[in-house]
Design a protein. Structure first.
Length: 399
């Protein structure tokens, strides 16, 4: 075979591979979205994240942002709680979920877990640390038919600390760091108090109700930050708030989500996403949002997948899930599924947490009559067709 024919064969082979890749990625936009996310659906992702944690992911993330170590572990633990609560048949998986969640809780209770936070705050180490850690402990108790007595006692003690701090505060929003207040951190704390009536009694229900009455109606959305300066709603906090709000007030969650949908949900280049700032507002990306792509926050978009599910918005949940299967460039290698080529495992954690989203106490919401444009995939298909045509023009025989 002469050199010319070899060269031609090589070009057509490369073109064929390129076309197959285009087809493959376009088909990812039609990936199946399970009604209930069971262990077999996310086992490769959880395996990858656990491997990354064992190799020092927590310490690595701590170098990037103040809660890096904490979030690297707790997202893994919360994902396992979700898996265990949705696994109604396999008791072995539920036991594994409990084991992994307890391992994470222990990691967060060690000095490396609370080192970035101040013991001088009320509650000690701040509401971010106390609220999210107690939320995980709530999930650990929720996984057990009969709560372990030692864990239940610890849970009661921590609930008392959180409740007392809320009662002492002149503001409904407690500090996460000295002079730094992010209202979103109140919500995991409140869900943990909500769980108290499941195992002990309803003593904290009046506190939760009073807190809701104080905050509800002050604005359309909970602010992103109140100290050292005021900052309005942003998607990185709103998606978390709307994830947790249905656990203790579904009516409030429904009203807020109804406003959230048109203000934050969008699409770019045919891919669904969530704007970091509401429609018409401008702002920069930061450590909370990550880099913004045409105003879209990748972290908020990942979390919104679960938020949509927990608010009955199946159309958005499905679109975000399927869009992530294209944008995330997932690969399956040696039993581990990685998004974004495994370059940032904490992104994989946000995805798996969101894909396993489930309500711990509230009933599943009724499907809502939201819709997402049926043609949302067309721009991606069109761009792929254009790329395929351009590649064909490059290799076709010259007249």
């Amino acid at each position: 075979m002469n050199r010319s024919r070899l060269h031609k064969l090589f070009r057509w082979t490369v073109f064929g591979i390129f076309v197959l890749l285009l087809v493959h990625f376009n088909l990812r936009l039609y990936a199946a979205v399970p009604a209930v996310t069971r262990y077999e659906h996310v086992k490769p992702q959880l395996t990858h994240v656990r491997s990354a944690l064992d190799k020092g992911l927590g310490q690595e993330m701590q170098q990037l942002f103040p809660e890096g170590y904490f979030f690297a572990y707790i997202l893994y633990g919360l994902s396992w709680v979700n898996v265990g609560l949705q696994e109604s048949v396999d008791s072995d998986v539920r036991f594994q979920a409990l084991t992994e969640a307890r391992w994470v809780y222990q990691k967060l209770s060690e000095p490396e877990g609370y080192a970035p936070f101040s013991a001088a705050l009320d509650p000690p180490y701040g509401i971010f640390y106390q609220g999210w850690r107690n939320y995980l402990l709530t999930g650990i108790l929720r996984l057990q038919p009969q709560p372990d007595s030692t864990e239940l006692t610890l849970y009661q003690e921590q609930c008392a600390v959180i409740a007392a701090a809320i009662e002492r505060s002149s503001s409904p929003f407690l500090a996460s760091y000295p002079d730094s207040v992010w209202p979103v951190d109140m919500f995991p704390a409140l869900v943990s108090l909500r769980g108290y009536q499941e195992w002990v009694d309803g003593r904290y229900q009046p506190l939760i109700s009073n807190w809701i009455q104080t905050v509800k109606g002050q604005a359309d959305f909970i602010p992103h930050r109140t100290q050292p300066f005021e900052q309005g709603a942003r998607a990185t906090s709103q998606t978390l708030i709307l994830w947790l709000m249905p656990e203790f007030d579904q009516a409030w969650a429904s009203e807020t989500y109804q406003r959230f949908r048109p203000n934050f949900v969008t699409q770019r280049f045919g891919i669904p996403g969530v704007l970091e700032y509401p429609q018409g507002a401008q702002g920069q990306g930061d450590v909370d949002s990550g880099p913004l792509i045409a105003g879209v926050s990748l972290s908020a978009s990942a979390v919104a997948m679960g938020t949509a599910r927990l608010n009955g918005d199946q159309s958005l949940q499905h679109a975000l899930w399927q869009g992530s299967e294209l944008v995330g460039l997932p690969t399956l290698w040696f039993g581990q599924k990685r998004y974004w080529l495994g370059l940032l495992p904490i992104a994989d954690e946000f995805v798996v947490w969101s894909q396993t989203a489930t309500l711990w106490f509230a009933k599943d919401p009724q499907p809502r009559l939201f819709s997402f444009p049926f043609w949302w995939r067309w721009p991606s298909h069109g761009l792929s067709s254009l790329l395929g045509f351009m590649a064909w023009r490059l290799i076709r025989p010259k007249p």
